[in-house]
Design a protein around this ligand. Sequence first.
Ligand code: TYM
Length: 331
Amino acid sequence: MKKQILSGIQPSGILTLGNYLGALRNWVKIQDEYDCKFFIADLHAITVSQDPETLRQNTKNVIMQYIASGLDPEKNTIFVQSHVHEHAELGWILNCTAYMGELSRMTQYKDKSKKQDNIKVGLFDYPVLMAADILLYDADFVPVGEDQRQHLELTRDVAQRFNNTYNKEIFKIPEPFIQKETGRIMSLQDPTKKMSKSDSNKDGFISLLDPREEIVRKVKKAVTDSENVIRYSDDKPGIKNLMNIYSAITDKNYEEIEAEFKDAGYGEFKLAVANTIADSLEPIQAKFNELNAPENNNYLNSILARGAKEASLIASKKVAEVKEAVGFLGK
Ligand code: TYM
């Protein structure tokens, strides 16, 4: 039996190069080896305010970006989280296993809540829903970026506590699957912060759908340092980030990159990085545009309908097991 993989992305905007290098591209690489489920985390997206029409469009866009990036809908189960009601149902039950204290320690919550006035309960509770997403499908591995590591640790703790409480191995304990080099792609405008699709400074991130001129413009504007030497070092976070991106796309290691740009300044290096990014995104954008044609609407809907059916079958069995363990009266 193949090992189980599960992961998802929030439809809170067009995906960034961070989402792509930190998550999506790795999913594409492992899709043959594992039994994979990839979903669009729309229930998570509403933990911050969303315009309804934009959310609907972003959800469609994420599906198309999954497929355009190379996820094969014939090999993987692709679905929308809100199409499988068991996510919310298990989320509630796990709310009664998770502790306020452990949720209060989540750094993502602390960061996001600082930026808002009326903080929603859902934003606080979000890691419990994420635990439900993972535990419903007995995932062995969860391929994500570094920012999700803490949520995965919480998932493991909640799963273990639940199993201990009910004295039964109901949940499999999942492992994170995080790529060291690309697990944390940084903002181009502030290389001490992660690149994020919800950044108010649009120059901080590259979107998967940015045209070449826009990519060149943003990379040229990227914050670096004044040394003008291409060298991989922790005290050069801007250059380090660009080298990480360049290395991830070209498969060249840092010594090779340093040698390649030995006689170049930042201007030349940035242009090479920008063009490499644009070259790698070009085929994805072409495929996205093809999928985005109205005649493909039925095709996309049929993938999601099939995905929801496959996912529901597994999720409903798990929830039935959970309800039985907890002591709910059967129907
Ligand atoms: P989200 O939508 O914020 O990000 C989607 C994926 O992209 C990764 N990522 C990054 N990787 C490297 N560098 C970056 N700058 C960067 N920004 C984002 C994230 O780590 C993630 O893998 N909570 C999740 C969605 C989710 C989920 C799940 C994931 C909900 N339920 C269950 C796995 C399993 C999130 O908000 O991802």
